[in-house]
Design a protein around this ligand. Structure first.
Ligand SMILES: *[C@@H]1O[C@H](CO)[C@@H](O)[C@H](O)[C@H]1NC(C)=O
Ligand SMILES: *[C@@H]1O[C@H](CO)[C@@H](O)[C@H](O)[C@H]1NC(C)=O
Ligand SMILES: *[C@@H]1O[C@H](CO)[C@@H](O)[C@H](O)[C@H]1NC(C)=O
Ligand SMILES: *[C@@H]1O[C@H](CO)[C@@H](O)[C@H](O)[C@H]1NC(C)=O
Ligand SMILES: *[C@@H]1O[C@H](CO)[C@@H](O)[C@H](O)[C@H]1NC(C)=O
Ligand SMILES: CC(=O)N[C@H]1CO[C@H](CO)[C@@H](O)[C@@H]1O
Length: 833
């Protein structure tokens, strides 16, 4: 047989070269398969979850599982049923979530499991819809979440070192993990007791920091594993990104491309599980959003299953949601993984959702060979390979083309297959292509916002100017040094004022300059109550931010007021409890004279803004504040704004367009919907996030109170209240494309579906024949050289007035072939209303 390397240069290749399975190996594989099939058919097993080298085993049956992260605190209870329903329709078997310690125990010993923190209710909802749960207890979770999920009070435990072989940390970690496990047991939520939880995670990506803890690292891993196992949940535990996870804990992969990067389970008895396959990247203020294409995701999933014998794939995130309040970690935007299969608002994100749904169906159809069959692999060239799984009665193959630019023709078995660039074709029965990762037949849809209300009525706005503190008599935070930011605020607010005095005697010449060096994240400076400048950092920028600004001083006393702002606390890294933030150095310089350092002057510190201390964003607090009408100071920094608005009619998700503002936080009826920061532009000159989701849960029909704390200066009169929807859907399907596995009619078809509550009101474009590519966005005619005149009539008849419709792509449907011999497609653009 030809060695793989000799044929590598050719793209269209050859006879398959069997790389691994020799005859004896195949026979051994066969014997194992028979035994496995016996186990799979074992109907007498009780409710239990175990695993072996191929898969998680439920009641004696190996399972191929698709999973997706949906984090309960990142949406609201009224959204949960719809999110879970759409996850199930998308082909998921499992919903995965972290447990967020700091929302549950904000104050030591005081627990909160209410509202969107109602973990049990969330799990019950998943169960009610017939899905399983993967519960990642952590309790360190990272997750772009405030303090990585750890409650801030943990820092004040004497002698604590987080996430290491440290008694104080271990005591508190164990308490919380045991509390959650016992709660799940009491509610019978583990699988053996009739519940949906089939697997659980302890710790999180510890390997990334383990070395930093030296000899206190490895024993901590051993301890965490033993502690978790001793809690006897009855279901397996896993550790992600921990290659040496102690038995019986399963080591799992996190990443974009686990099909390429995963070293595999650390024991032949453990299955290959992928706990975080990122559906996009978490967005940061200052970054352009980065979406991952449906084709790229599908490729990564199929490769993991094929190459690594993957039997559990979790999408991180399936629904990202919203970082309400101050829960986002440093520089992370309020909107979280908006481009996941379900977007921030819970709307289906096309074509990702549909394309993955087809992939799930294709994989599930061959579940048996995938989890029980013998495995062989093939090389067809340097960038082409094949993977096959075979039982006595069934077979599935994955043909992979890594070449990003060229199509590849592969001879496999009796037939030849054309593989698109960077694609995987899944062959049912090792013969028939049922899915191609690079060919998107699913519908596309463009989400848009509709302006429902402009809040441009000056008379309906009130402002409250946050006082600039200069002399505070009453503070415990006083000393001849600059205090560390986080340990002073206890992370109860983003804001810390540093206040001092400077006695100026004019004795020199030259410009006076204020120099401030800070380690977090934004700084505003005032001299004698006058604003003199601001500076901010960025996620990937240097830790120190430096403000150097010309100032004017008067003879004698001058007040210096520096506002240090954190845009979220850290969520990762070793020794998180010791990280320092805030102002480090302050000096004044005149001309070429020596710097006059103020570092060891008397500094007083005010924790938080006065509006925050008075809970100005609540109804009660707001009624106590001295609001005034809008005057010419409207665009200044540090102003609280207040207005009211009515909820838009209908059920579409509601969002605020804050693109006219700067930076701050927003409250609706007393609930914080998160930080906003639109003045920090991305490299493309856009805000990273200009739309801010208001869940229906926070709204009442009329007179909703909107309050903003604007830190940089903005124009509230340009704020709009919008609704989000997918008003236009389109699809283009070739007559030779693979029919959907999800339809009964086994033929290619254009399938359109409006979001819940809407139906197709108009066909904007329809052509069967040879339509010009991509005419989705323009209203202009984009008919090509071949077009069946009947198309519009046929499509209207099938679709108008319906929520969804399907039109087969074949000549008979359109009264005959408009251009024989030409490869035809059907393209449709429809309006949902
Ligand atoms: C069925 O499963 C149970 C529990 O795993 C096991 O004890 C029993 O031996 C199995 N029976 C067969 C026939 O494999
Ligand atoms: C903290 O550590 C110090 C020095 O190791 C020790 O003397 C002290 O007893 C410890 N305190 C607590 C509360 O464990
Ligand atoms: C085929 O499998 C063997 C053994 O698992 C592995 O070493 C080899 O890299 C695989 N080849 C390909 C092309 O995946
Ligand atoms: C001064 O501090 C005490 C204790 O923190 C507090 O009770 C009191 O209200 C404060 N007074 C003023 C004027 O802020
Ligand atoms: C928000 O409003 C601005 C104008 O104020 C507009 O340019 C922008 O397109 C709107 N929508 C989004 C998503 O930013
Ligand atoms: C945590 C992790 O696995 N990160 C990796 C995800 O994939 C990207 C792209 O391959 C890598 O750059 C990351 O290191």
């Amino acid at each position: 047989m030809a060695a793989a390397s000799t044929v590598a240069a050719t793209i269209s290749v050859l006879v398959a070269t069997l790389v691994v399975a020799g005859a004896s190996a195949a026979a051994a594989g066969r014997a194992r398969v028979d035994e496995d099939m016996g186990r799979r058919r074992n109907g007498t097993a009780r409710r239990e979850v175990t695993y072996d080298g191929r898969a998680l085993i439920l009641d004696g049956n190996r399972r191929m599982l698709f999973s997706g992260d949906i984090h309960y605190p990142r949406s609201t209870p009224e959204m949960w049923p719809g999110l879970i329903e759409n996850a199930k329709k998308g082909g998921l078997d499992v919903i995965q979530t972290y447990v967020f310690w700091n929302v549950h125990e904000p104050i030591q010993g005081q627990y909160n499991f209410e509202g969107r923190y109602d973990l049990v209710k969330f799990i019950r909802e998943v169960h009610a819809q017939g899905l399983y749960v993967s519960l990642r207890v952590g309790p360190f979770i990272e997750a772009e979440w405030k303090y990585g999920g750890l409650p801030f009070w943990l820092r004040s435990v004497p002698n604590i070192t987080f996430r290491s072989d440290n008694e104080p940390f271990k005591v508190h970690m164990q308490n919380f993990v045991a509390k959650i496990v016992n709660m799940m047991k009491d509610e019978n939520l583990y699988y053996p007791h009739g519940g949906p939880i089939i697997i659980s995670q302890i710790e999180n990506e510890y390997k990334l920091v383990e070395a930093a803890f030296h000899s206190r690292g490895p024993p901590y891993v051993q301890w965490a594993a033993a502690m978790a196992v001793n809690l006897q949940t009855g279901v397996p535990w896993m550790m992600c990104k921990q290659d040496d996870a102690p038995d019986p804990i399963i080591n799992t992969c996190n990443g974009l491309i686990c099909g390429e990067t995963f070293l595999g389970p650390n024991s032949p008895n453990k299955p290959a599980l992928w706990t975080e396959n990122w559906t996009s990247r978490y967005p940061l203020f200052g970054h352009d959003p980065r979406f991952r294409s449906a084709a790229d995701l599908a490729f990564a999933v199929a490769l993991f299953i094929a190459r690594k014998k993957g039997s559990f794939v979790n999408y991180y995130m399936y629904h990202g949601g919203t970082n309400f309040g101050r829960f986002a970690s440093s520089y992370v935007t309020t909107s979280y993984y908006d481009g996941a299969p379900l977007d921030e608002y819970g709307l289906i994100w096309q074509s990702t959702w549909s394309h993955l749904r087809e992939l799930h169906a294709a994989v599930k159809q061959s579940e048996d060979p995938l989890i029980s069959g013998s495995y062989s692999n093939y090389s067809f060239g340097e960038q082409q390979e094949g993977h096959a799984f075979e039982t006595e009665s069934d077979c599935v193959a994955f043909l992979v083309n890594f070449d990003k630019h060229k199509t590849s023709n592969i001879q496999f078995g009796e037939a030849s297959f054309q593989l698109a660039p960077k694609s995987i074709s899944i062959l049912s029965g090792c013969r028939t292509v049922v899915f191609e990762t690079a060919k998107i037949n699913a519908q596309h849809g463009l989400r848009t916002e509709q302006i429902e209300q402009s809040l441009n009525d000056v008379d309906n706005w009130r402002i409250f100017k946050e006082p600039i503190p200069r002399e505070i008599s009453n503070t415990t935070h006083i000393g001849n040094r600059l205090f560390e930011h986080l340990s002073t605020t206890k992370d109860e607010t983003d804001y810390l004022w540093y206040l001092s005095r400077y006695d100026y005697r004019s004795n020199g010449h030259g410009q006076l300059v204020l120099n401030v060096e800070s380690q977090a994240h934004v700084l505003h400076a005032y001299i004698n109550n006058d604003y003199v400048g601001s500076v901010h950092g960025s996620h990937d920028g240097p830790r120190n931010i430096i403000l150097k600004t010309p100032i004017m001083l008067k003879e004698g006393h001058n007040s210096i007021s520096l506002l240090s702002v954190m845009v979220g606390s850290p969520d990762s890294g070793a020794y998180m409890e010791r990280r320092s933030f805030g102002v480090r150095k302050v000096s004044i310089q005149q001309g070429n004279h020596k710097l006059h350092s103020l570092n060891n002057e008397l500094w007083k510190h005010q924790v938080g803004l006065s509006g925050e201390m008075n809970n100005i964003y609540t109804q009660e607090g707001s009624s106590r504040a001295q609001w005034t009408t809008i005057d010419k100071s409207v665009h200044l920094p540090l102003i609280w704004y207040k207005t009211t608005f009515d909820t838009p009619w209908g059920n579409d998700p509601v969002t605020l367009n804050l693109s006219s503002m700067g930076k701050g936080e927003v409250w609706i009826n007393g609930e914080s919907i998160g930080r906003y920061w639109v003045s920090f532009k991305t490299p493309r000159g856009q805000p990273s996030q200009s739309l801010y989701h208001i869940p229906q849960y926070f709204l009442k029909r009329r007179e909703n109170t909107l309050i903003l704390m604007e830190e940089m200066g903005g124009d509230p009169l340009q704020i709009t209240v919008n609704t989000m929807s997918v008003p236009r859907v389109y699809s283009s399907v070739n007559e030779l494309s693979t029919p959907s596995l999800l339809s009964r009619r086994k033929q290619p078809a254009v399938r359109l579906r409006c979001q819940k509550g809407k139906h197709i009101t108009k066909i904007e474009f329809a052509s069967y024949g040879y339509p010009v590519e991509d005419c989705r966005s323009s209203g202009r005619s984009c008919l090509g050289s071949c077009h069946a005149e009947t198309t519009e009539f046929v499509v209207k008849d099938a679709c108008l007035g319906r929520r969804k419709c399907a039109i087969p792509v074949r000549p008979a449907k359109f009264g005959g072939d408009p251009c024989p011999g030409v490869e035809k497609s059907l393209s449709v653009v429809a309006i949902c209303g």
